[in-house]
Design a protein around this ligand. Sequence first.
Ligand SMILES: C[S@@+](CC[C@H](N)C(=O)[O-])C[C@H]1O[C@@H](n2cnc3c(N)ncnc32)[C@H](O)[C@@H]1O
Length: 575
Amino acid sequence: MAPEKKFVSSKLNKFMHPRNPYRTPPSFKKLSMKFPEFRAYCTYDVSGKVHLDFKNPRAVRALTTSLLDQDFDLKVSIPDDRLVPTLPLRLNYLLWIEDLLTHAAHYDSEHFVLAIDIGVGAACVYPLLGAKRFGWCFVGTESDQLSFTSAHTNVQNNNLQDKIFLKKVESNIIFKDVIGEEKVKSWTLECKLRSKVDIAECSKKCAECEPQASQLNPQNEVNFDEGQVKAEIKKTEECSTYLYDFTMCNPPFFSCEEETDTMKKSKKDRGEPLSAPTGAIHEKVTEGGEISFITKMIEESQLFKDKIRWGVAWTFDPSLKLNQVKSKKDMATNKPLILMMPRSLMSVYSVPSAWNMINKWLHHLKVKVQVLKSSKYFISVNVKAFKATWLHQRRKERQNMRRGVGASNGNMNIDGNNSEIIENGNGRSSKRKREAGAETCGDHDGEMMMKVNICTDRDFKTNRCSEAIPKNQSSLDCSLTSSHLGSPHSISVKEIPQNHSKQENLKLTQGKDKLQNLNKGKQERLESILRCNLQVKQSGALISLEAFYLGGSSGKDGLNQLLQFMRNQLAKPTV
Ligand SMILES: C[S@@+](CC[C@H](N)C(=O)[O-])C[C@H]1O[C@@H](n2cnc3c(N)ncnc32)[C@H](O)[C@@H]1O
């Protein structure tokens, strides 16, 4: 067995989040060449394979800090006697939260996210990863002085003090002295104001917030005096409800030291633990154990129910669609569809040339492709499709041939006129014309007919869309309504009235641009027919394509159809 396989046990690996980069174990060889501190704990067998002694806490620490450096550009130090976080599991938690946020009505990938992490630990792992990988801001608490100092140093060393604020707390307190505390409030507000996205959000939410938005310059430089910040806090408290998007915690789990021994013994019965246990006793033990800790969190949450979007096992926020978030079971059953890439079609049998071929197909299908990871032996991409362009390719091919059109001109027009296929919300596609009003959409490739009411950009500008927009909604709300009806590219905002001052116009234009971006991500999720990750990898002498379903109204059938299109291309290339 390759030593990297020990990185995450096979049992755990099936629970790894589909977007977790450590589903594929890192190369210890590469890591040992890059990081001498990691190399110091490596041994090499005759075949040159690298082995790490997972029973040695120092080796485990060197692995974590080297991976943080290599994969996230984070320089982290962890004192000898403090907990060493395992990165795959920490990322799983963060990715699951990202899923939760994605399903919250307000969230978009460009949205400003502010979170609380209770008990950051000496590494400060969640805030550092959250800030670096997802761009989130954090207030972190810690009750242990040594861990607090170490976490603080890690934040400073990575120059993330604009995104992470740490507070030393007493161990009998969770949120009480944190959320309402003046310094925390000032920092969170400054942090929020620093975010340009918030300008659009604020101006949309509450007209009184607009003066503060105009104080920001495009470079994001914020210089507030104490009085201003206090005034802004008051305004924010009056006009906004939620300040924090979520709170997270990896609590100390045991109620006494003896319990940790019992756990060790029962773990032994279940087989040897993979890694050496690390951490001081107070990091693992708390009065009453984790049940008492979490109970306290739930009790205190009621005091701050309108300040945090609660969403773990309980929520006060109806916009959180918890039932759509992937469960561990879903993750475990999210097996990839696999396509073996044959040698015969490639002059050089390598991952890059296999990817070139696949990329050409994806380009032909006009899907959105984002490269996540790329190396000589592994390429991972995220794919979003808004139309089932892979369907009935052969039929289209034959029709084109009959019409005398070049077989694959790379310019696929679904039906030759100015129509497009849009999602109709029930998972089926329907044809839409770029005209206003109610219209019957024709049957397309055997898909269902439906009637849709469409407002165009022109309707919004001329206010003809009165049916779709309640009278009390602002012009920016109008754009949201429009974006729900149209394609990702048809977001529209009402024209800015002529009698506004130049400054106001600029503000509104900035707000409009931001809001359009803000809506784009959410729009894509709402309208996508298929979202999946594709991984091209070399295992031994073979190259394969693994396809993971992530979402989209076509369901896993959509992914099957996409793969069938690829299989057809391998059998009889037309692209
Ligand atoms: C299991 S460790 C988790 C550390 C880190 N979040 C991680 O996942 O690696 C729990 C941490 O919570 C801290 N802690 C315990 N009670 C706390 C409290 N009431 N408020 C803040 N931190 C606390 C401990 O000192 C310890 O660092």
